[in-house]
Design a protein around this ligand. Structure first.
Ligand code: COA
Length: 343
């Protein structure tokens, strides 16, 4: 069995910034309503030439550069997403080509919506732990990438103000001397609370489903404020780690009010749970790795830090894990420049 740590992170945000005032030009809303109900002030949407695939590629390149490893050292490449640029080939397969990963790299996409990145991290860590070095090279590239602007109804003010596009990535390194990544997870089938279409999706009676994302906001809020603190407390207990020994809680950025409730229920300091939803909106599977990379880039987290990552969302799904960061976690010049541009 081999344990894992995160040794590199990267992210990519699309070039188009959409402020709350811009949203008020599109639907009957206001900066005041959006910012007080959600904490969001602006989000990024893909412009021409940008897509879920290009964001995933850019974030992955930056994470590999920050980890200081070559593509031919990667054994696993997973992409968490529910808005892949194509149903097939998977974005993970396209990354094999884009990055020049060896053909025997285990590449696949995984859909657990906004909990997807934590599901993927746990899957990659389990694969690295289960397979010895002879079968699997000891590095995994794990990406969360979404283009939610493609599946939103831009006339529905109850959903279109909430979501953004983006990608984040992390490189895991396996080492027999390191602790295992500890995780907890859950799934509860429900296509009423949060639904996003596949191509020509039909309901059980055969009727075509709407071609855009639909949501029962209040039901999702209740679900999220229950599972986020519960999964976090559960994973800390499973790992035998006290909340006080966690440097940062990196929670899925769906609504600042959901995080505020979790902070209250867990009794942890709010400054160790601070998010970035104000300038990203909800980027689903990308939100946890985007925030992780932002914290690494700005120096808030570095080698030796212990983090809890937690996500929840459509499915319904939820997951939390405890893991640590280790050197190199370098900042490639390209990554830092690009991060500066993004803000
Ligand atoms: N601008 C202005 N008014 C809006 C609005 C908008 N963008 N969206 C909804 N409203 C209105 C509603 O129509 C409603 O009006 P009414 O009282 O006249 O009927 C009023 O605001 C309150 O709506 P409500 O749905 O009760 O607001 P809320 O406080 O629950 O906030 C969400 C709505 C969506 C922000 C909140 O429920 C939420 O965050 N839910 C979780 C969503 C989520 O995280 N989804 C992704 C999970 S991964």
């Amino acid at each position: 069995m081999r344990g894992v740590k995160i040794i590199g992170t990267g992210s990519a945000l699309p070039s188009r910034t959409v402020t709350n005032d811009d949203m008020a030009q599109m639907v009957d809303t206001s900066d005041e309503w959006i910012s007080t109900r959600t904490g969001i002030r602006s989000r990024r949407w893909c412009a021409e030439g940008e897509s879920q695939h290009t964001l995933a590629r850019d974030a992955a390149r930056r994470a590999l550069a920050a980890a200081g490893i070559a593509p031919d050292e990667v054994g696993v490449c997973l992409v968490a997403t529910f808005t892949a640029s194509a149903a097939t080939p998977s974005t993970a397969c396209l990354l094999q080509r884009d990055l020049g990963l060896p053909e025997d790299t285990l590449c696949f996409d995984l859909n657990a919506a906004c909990a997807g990145f934590v599901f993927a991290l746990h899957t990659a860590a389990s694969l690295l732990a289960a397979e010895g070095p002879a079968a699997l090279r000891p590095y995994a590239l794990v990406v969360g990438a979404e283009e939610l602007s493609r599946v939103m109804d831009m006339t529905d003010r109850t959903t279109c103000v909430l979501f953004g596009d983006g990608a984040g990535a992390a490189v895991l390194r396996a080492d027999a001397a390191w602790p295992a990544l500890t995780a907890t997870w859950g799934s509860r089938g429900n296509d009423e609370a949060l639904f996003a279409p596949g191509v020509g999706a039909r309901d059980d009676a055969g009727a075509l489903r709407p071609s855009y994302l639909t949501m029962d906001g209040r039901a999702v809020f209740r679900f999220a404020t229950d599972v986020l603190p519960r999964a976090t407390a559960e994973v800390l207990e499973r790992a035998g780690v006290a909340a006080a020994d966690v440097d940062r809680f990196i929670f899925h950025q769906a609504n600042k009010r959901i995080v505020d409730v979790a902070v209250r229920k867990l009794g942890v300091p709010a400054e160790r749970c601070q998010g970035n939803i104000d300038h990203t909106g909800n980027t689903s599977a990308a939100s946890v790795p985007l925030l992780l990379d932002e914290l690494v880039r700005t120096g808030a987290l570095g080698p030796g830090a212990r983090v809890v990552l937690a996500g929840f969302g459509a499915g319904l799904t939820w997951a939390a894990c405890v893991t640590e960061l280790a050197a190199p976690l370098g900042g490639a010049a390209e990554a830092q420049d690009s991060y500066g541009e993004s803000d």
